[in-house]
Design a protein around this ligand. Structure first.
Ligand code: NAP
Length: 319
């Protein structure tokens, strides 16, 4: 019997249907999260290890790469890679793969769920019925906002942003976008100024990458430009929005609604957001369907297998 290939797994894929079991079945997995002392575990087991599996949540720092002198590939579960030190990986000749495309539709669907949920007060109405409000008070919940035919601004027209835009066309919306580069392959109007896009839009959906380049991109100025009738939706990463400015804008009535899947200090959510009925909150579940999570683990494993077979991952992070 051939010995299983040893790999390092940084964290447990509890949110993936069978990733932990598949890896444990086919590889000699060093389950890093089970060791109280990470450095000691890497020193003890890391020599000769050429592949590490991780996710945006667990990351891989330059220090971790230093502790794995034979590392050649990092295979990540998920599309975001802001917690993986890509520059350090490039300097060391380490390939990094992620799982793009397979999660695009489900994340776009959830952005739409959030948008409709906020505009039509779906979560509010659900609470109202459950807590016995219906029939007890005169009237019903406050009126919502029409979505169909409105103005949809998208910040970051990448894979997910384009899938959100496509759904917007189905709702007869006028779609515009902002990103660092104007795209030549779409008909949506480009806004070079994010503040101008926010001032124009009824709904502003954040679909950029995370990391230092987008930190607090959605600033107080952007939120106030979106205004008291506007709705911000975030399915990207929490730190892209200045959360303190968001809370203040909502409290001051300078922003209408917020619908959020991601937060600046997850899993912490400010009480001011929890108690605000103009806010819809979700626990970072953009890709969390059975089908998509299974596809993500399939693609991560395919990258790992391709690297071991050919020396090349199949969906490398390129930037
Ligand atoms: P993508 O195809 O790489 O698109 C990212 C977009 O962000 C690009 O259009 C890029 O355009 C834009 N962008 C980057 N920096 C920007 C900046 N400073 N200002 C404005 N736009 C900027 O990635 P994707 O597959 O659509 O995924 C997008 C992100 O969604 C991921 O990185 C991840 O953080 C998040 N995500 C969240 C969940 C969830 O569970 N909520 C699930 C999956 C993914 P330019 O380069 O032209 O600026």
């Amino acid at each position: 019997m051939t010995a299983k290939h040893r790999i390092i797994q940084v964290g447990s894929y509890a949110g993936s249907p069978t990733a932990n079991e598949r890896l444990a079945r086919d590889y000699d997995v060093v389950e890093l999260w089970k060791y109280p002392e990470r450095e000691a575990a890497l020193a003890q087991h890391g020599k000769g290890v050429d592949v590490l599996v991780t996710s945006a949540n667990f990351g891989c720092s330059a220090e971790m790469m230093d502790a794995l002198p034979d590392l050649k590939a990092i295979c990540s579960w998920g599309v975001g890679y802001e917690t993986i030190d890509i520059k350090a990986a490039q300097q060391r000749g380490v390939q990094v793969s992620n799982t793009p495309d397979v999660l695009t539709d489900c994340v776009a669907d959830l952005a739409w769920g959030l948008m409709l949920g906020a505009a039509r007060r779906i979560a509010y109405g659900d609470r109202f019925v459950r807590t016995g409000g219906w029939g007890q008070v005169h009237g019903s919940i406050p009126l919502g906002t029409r979505v169909s035919g409105k103005k949809l601004g998208i910040v970051g027209l990448g894979r997910i942003g384009q899938a959100i835009a496509k759904r917007g066309i189905g709702f007869d919306m006028d779609v515009r976008y902002h990103s660092r580069n104007k795209r030549n392959d779409v008909d949506y109007r480009y806004e070079a100024s994010l503040v101008d896009l926010a001032a124009w839009a009824d709904f502003l959906v954040v679909a950029t990458v995370g990391g230092p380049g987008t930190h607090h991109l959605i600033s107080r100025e952007v939120l106030e430009a979106l205004g008291p009738k506007g709705t911000i939706i975030n399915i990207a990463r929490g730190p892209v929005i200045d959360e303190s400015a968001l809370v203040e804008a909502l409290q001051a009535g300078k922003l209408g609604n917020a619908a959020l899947d991601v937060f600046e200090h997850e899993p912490k959510v400010p009480d001011a957001l929890k108690t605000n009925d103009n806010v819809v909150l979700l626990p970072h579940i953009g890709s969390a369907t059975y089908e998509t999570r299974r596809d993500m683990e399939d693609l991560m494993v395919k990258n790992l297998e391709a690297f071991l077979r050919t020396g090349k991952v199949i969906t490398p992070v390129t930037r």
